[in-house]
Design a protein around this ligand. Structure first.
Ligand SMILES: [Zn+2]
Length: 66
């Protein structure tokens, strides 16, 4: 999947992960936490399929959220 970065100087989105091709400014990931969170919950769900009760107890996600 293509990952877009955003220039902190001019605000343009770019495929470059270090410098903006338009103004030469620095770029950053506009949503740095999003992918790691999805991956974390994806891993949680994969483990949950095997032993849902045990995983929920270990992480406290399901037991404490409500
Ligand atoms: Zn720029």
């Amino acid at each position: 999947m293509t990952h877009l970065f955003k220039c902190i100087a001019c605000g343009k989105y770019t495929l470059h992960d270090k410098t903006c091709p338009i103004c030469g400014g620095r770029v950053k990931d506009p949503q740095p936490a999003r992918f790691s969170i999805e991956d974390k919950y994806g891993d949680y769900r994969r483990r949950a399929k095997r032993s849902s009760r045990r995983v929920a107890t270990e992480t406290g996600i399901e037991t404490r959220e409500s």
